[in-house]
Design a protein around this ligand. Sequence first.
Ligand code: CO8
Length: 255
Amino acid sequence: MANELTRVEEFAVITLNRPDALNALSFSLICDLHAKFDEVAKSDARALIITGAGDKAFCAGADIKELFGRTLMQQKQGGDYGQATFAKLDTLPMPSVAVINGYAFGGGMELALACTFRLATKNAKMGTPEIKLGLIPGYGGTQRLPRVVGEARALEMVMTGRTVDAEEAYRIGLVNRIIDGDALAGGVAFAREFTCYSLPVLQFARDAVKRAGDTPINEGLKIETDLATLAFQTEDAHEGMTAFANKRKPAFKDK
Ligand code: CO8
């Protein structure tokens, strides 16, 4: 069983592909994601879009049936591996966009949280229902959710397991936009708003902002200075400023 990796114009698209089980992440699907993220990292795609097969679910979480009977060590190794897989999204050379086209629960929500951006279709339903199973999130949710929506809302979602619809997700900043119409087309249109810019400079921007959540302000300001200086030294910065001065559109080369 494998997720689908396709190309839509300049975008890599991974479709979680197990619609019969609402795209629940079996261990083999997580291993496959791990390999596909590496493949995307080596490609010339300008953004990665992740979505779910079918019209019901982005991903209903870890495969609950597979969790039965695991030893403590197997469970710990599974958690470590899932975390390491999702963490790859933070270091991809291109931004990632989760197009949440239905349910995003548990591990599915954690996968979306690990993406640079999240978009929701109108029927999207999101949550961390692990508490109802006697569990807590284990693929990064307890750490990324409060960084995105704040501690109070994260505690409420994790400790009540309450489901949030698209409108509420947008209101609390869990998703960037609500998509009307075709989900993938909405993801592509959103990604086009930034893929016209320099990829390395986008990476500096993402890395600087992401460090804000886990760095004391003085450290964070130093990181910002370093990354802003690196951006300044790119050929694309030279091109961008020259184009402005000459009143023309810049032609960035990702250098
Ligand atoms: N795992 C396995 N199978 C699933 C899952 C899942 N997470 N979710 C749905 N399915 C399967 C169902 O069993 C069903 O299969 P079948 O037809 O063979 O019975 C099929 O998908 C369709 O599901 P439903 O019939 O339940 O569809 P409904 O529309 O009635 O309900 C829901 C949809 C509300 C999404 C419901 O399926 C549900 O509640 N699913 C479970 C959601 C959940 O609890 N997710 C969290 C899982 S735990 C987790 O993600 C922890 C991650 C961290 C692990 C850490 C390791 C250390």
